[in-house]
Design a protein around this ligand. Structure first.
Ligand code: FMN
Length: 383
């Protein structure tokens, strides 16, 4: 090998390595790039962060018992969800106010998701209107996450806009009737909603704008805060949402098996087991611990999706083994966005896809529907 070729080779390796290769490194690089209060807002959980921590610990409390000699030369990672086939067993979680992470924010994430045919769930408090996110998604499937508004006409108007923009499901977040007690934001006196980073879907909504006393910026922000805080939200409103749309409706933030049962009784089309990444009720059960209880009552009647704490491929495999039909990626892709914009988010997805595929193969699983061939056991338990 000539010296010149050698140096080119070395340079390529360095270029490849320019991006981090695991969650902790992505997070550390993101921290370097961000103002402390912005990084703190994204990283942190509610209260003393007990739930944030247990979201990770509960994965470590379980171990995969792999199968061997099972010809894993080809691994099919695809899943079927709400009548559609997806190449990968994960979706991108709704994360609001993505301009905190990158100027192109939600648009960059939607494009990154489209590159891998991974559905993107856009938030009510996105930094770009749902119509622009739809355009950035091209023909990639997208779902719309709804924060209920006290002024119900705003919610129904947003659902209608989502239908018109080609969204394929409505994800109603039910664990955020008020904001969790987020010590980091309290300490930093940081409220991105007040700063207006999450107003795009509201200022583009005729029902919202008509509900305001005037069209001034202050009234817009006050109007958003008044509607986002909706403590009187109940199953009655869920029934109305179901009646208002033909799209499948999923509930995000279910942790109690009885609520899973009520959701099914209400005709809900899917359940997202989530504690909002530990950002709402501190001390709440980790999503991974809640999963088997919910999978047991649901009995495959509707899809069960899990988020909160998924950081690596084996976490996804454990969730699938424990009864999830798919998982949502949250903070990892946001850190990708911070570090490298759309390209950074793509790199995170690529690494996650590859690691999940390798992990399935090494567990001896060649198709997601065959996950039961391997086993999951409590760690450190006996011989
Ligand atoms: C900065 C940030 C903003 C979020 N915004 C929303 C949102 O607008 N709507 C929503 O339903 N969930 C929101 N979530 C929760 C995520 O959808 C998801 O449940 C959580 O990030 C999963 O946990 P993980 O980040 O530990 O994987 C947000 C989470 C973070 C970290």
């Amino acid at each position: 090998m000539s010296t010149e070729a050698g140096s080119i080779y070395i340079k390529n390796i360095l270029a490849e390595n320019d991006f981090p290769s695991n969650f902790e490194e992505w997070e550390a690089r993101a921290k370097e790039k961000m103002k402390p209060e912005v990084f703190g807002h994204i990283r942190s959980g509610a209260g003393g962060e007990e739930t944030l921590r247990s979201n990770r610990e509960s994965f470590s409390n379980w171990s995969i018992v792999p199968r061997v000699l099972n010809d894993v030369s080809s691994v099919d990672t695809s899943i079927e969800l709400l009548g559609r086939r997806y190449e990968q067993p994960f979706l991108l979680a709704p994360i609001g106010m993505q301009r905190l992470a990158d100027e192109e924010g939600d648009l960059a994430s939607a494009r990154a998701a489209a590159k891998f045919n991974v559905p993107f769930i856009t938030s009510t408090v996105a930094s770009y209107p749902l119509e622009e996110v739809a355009e950035a998604s091209g023909d990639n499937p997208r779902w719309y996450q709804l924060y209920w508004s006290n002024e119900s006409s705003i919610s129904f108007s947003m659902i209608k806009r989502a239908e018109e923009a080609g969204y394929e499901a409505i994800v109603v977040t039910v664990d955020t009737v008020m904001m969790g007690w987020r010590e980091e934001d309290v300490r930093n006196r940081f409220s991105p909603l007040r700063a207006g980073v999450g107003k795009a879907n509201y200022v583009n909504d005729p029902a919202f704008m008509a509900s305001l006393p005037d069209q001034e910026d202050d009234s817009i922000i006050e109007g958003i805060l008044k509607n986002v805080h909706h403590p009187s939200f109940t199953w009655k409103e869920i029934e109305k949402i179901k009646a208002a749309t033909n799209l499948p409706v999923l509930l995000k933030g279910i942790l109690h098996p009885d609520d899973a049962n009520l959701a099914i009784e209400a005709g809900i089309d899917g359940i997202i087991v989530s504690n909002h990444g530990g950002r709402q009720l501190d001390g709440a059960i980790s999503s991974f611990d809640a999963l088997p209880l919910i999978a047991e009552v649901v009995q495959k009647r509707v899809p069960v999706i899990l988020d909160s704490g998924i950081r690596r491929g084996p976490d996804a495999v454990k969730a699938l083994l424990q009864g999830a039909d798919a998982v949502l990626l949250g903070r990892p892709y946001i850190y990708g966005l911070v570090v490298g914009g759309q390209q950074g988010a793509e790199k995170v997805l690529e690494q996650f896809i590859e690691e999940t595929r390798v992990s399935l193969a090494l567990a001896g699983i060649t198709r997601i529907q065959d996950t039961h061939t391997a086993k999951l056991v409590r760690s450190g338990g006996g011989r």
